[in-house]
Design a protein around this ligand. Structure first.
Ligand code: COA
Length: 317
């Protein structure tokens, strides 16, 4: 027994920052960002916390699934940008929802929602849970150096959620990690220990753009090919690929190499930017609410990110 997704939800803060807005304070422009990344605008928190984004997405997913917080056996959040180091974001959301089940976070950067699904699948396989609330929530705006045009134009804030219930929808998955902390790195805030001899690092995202790009295309292509081969699927058998929304050019290149028509890749980076681990559940919710998914459709979700951690899974809707 694994799980099926029975409801989805998403939430983004109302404040929209366009490329033109950014070009007022940065040496950048709309044309560069659209062409090199594919982002046109992103939603950015003003007074909202990461927990509020997660809570709003969770409410919508619960409503969509017909479940209440009392029905939940487990809440897992994926995040690298929670409001607190401890307790976990999932604990804060549990309290906001009034739920009483166990709750914890998974951190695997932009791939974390798929690592979360793999974790949840283990609980279902052992018959430990019947309903799980899965949330990806990120306030990337607080991890950005807003003077660094190589990173701040890419990311955005938002949350997506899904309610998982016992079923046979999680067909196959592949997850891997190389343990690289150089291509993308987000140092944690360092305290003020009088004994520390370590040089404090600025707690903002640093990224080697081109290295990340190459890794991302290779990871997506090899993960998706593996799932298709293992499950004897051709491009015709796939209804949608839901890729992590990091860069439209990464998606275009992967699509060409995989020979899957671009119309099967769901893309919304133009609207939200890269919302890290929230990007896949946000995209899933959009597909669901637009009525683009039919029962029995094969979906491939595919993500990659810091740590050179990547994951893909095959879902039957
Ligand atoms: N606006 C205008 N110019 C910019 C710019 C911006 N926002 N950011 C960088 N540039 C400039 C650079 O300074 C450089 O100028 P130079 O040629 O005068 O030195 C030029 O554009 C090209 O820079 P480069 O870094 O080679 O561009 P790129 O085509 O590799 O695009 C990224 C940069 C970051 C958009 C791209 O590498 C990328 O998306 N990588 C993957 C990142 C990613 O997916 N991260 C998340 C993983 S989960």
């Amino acid at each position: 027994m694994t799980f099926s997704i029975i409801g989805t939800g998403m939430y983004v803060p109302p404040k929209i920052v366009t490329n033109d807005d950014l070009s007022k304070t940065l040496d950048t422009n709309d044309e560069w960002i659209r062409q090199r990344v594919g982002v046109q605008r992103r939603h950015v928190c003003t007074g909202e916390t990461t927990a509020e984004l997660a809570y709003q997405a969770a409410l919508r997913a619960l409503e969509n699934s017909g479940c209440t917080p009392e029905d939940l056996d487990l809440i897992i959040c994926s995040t690298i940008s929670g409001d607190l180091v401890s307790p976990a974001l999932a604990c804060v959301v549990q309290k906001m929802l009034g739920a009483s089940c166990p709750a914890y976070d998974v951190n695997s950067a932009c791939s974390a929602f798929l690592f979360l699904l793999e974790t949840a699948a283990g609980y279902f396989a052992r018959g430990k849970v019947k309903k799980v609330l899965a949330i990806g929530a990120e306030r990337m705006s607080k991890l950005l150096d807003w003077q660094d045009r190589g990173t701040c134009v890419i990311f955005g804030d938002g949350a997506g959620a899904a309610v998982l219930a016992s079923g046979e929808g999680y067909i196959d998955s592949t997850i891997s990690t190389k343990g690289n902390d150089e291509v993308i790195r987000v140092p944690a805030f360092a305290g003020e220990s009088p004994y520390s001899t370590l040089e404090p690092e600025r707690p903002f995202i640093r990224m080697q753009g081109q290295e990340t790009f190459k890794y991302a295309v290779n990871a997506m292509c090899s993960d998706i090919s593996k799932l298709m081969q293992n499950n004897r699927l051709t491009a015709e058998d796939i209804a949608y690929v839901v890729p992590h929304q990091a860069n439209k050019r990464i998606i275009d290149l992967a699509c060409m190499r995989l020979r899957i028509p671009i119309k099967k890749f769901y893309v919304n980076i133009q609207e939200y930017g890269n919302t890290s681990s929230a990007s896949i559940p946000i995209a899933l919710d959009e597909l669901n609410r637009k009525g683009l998914l039919k029962r029995g459709d094969n979906l491939i979700l595919s993500a990659f990110g810091a740590g050179e951690s990547n994951a893909s899974c095959l879902l039957k809707w």
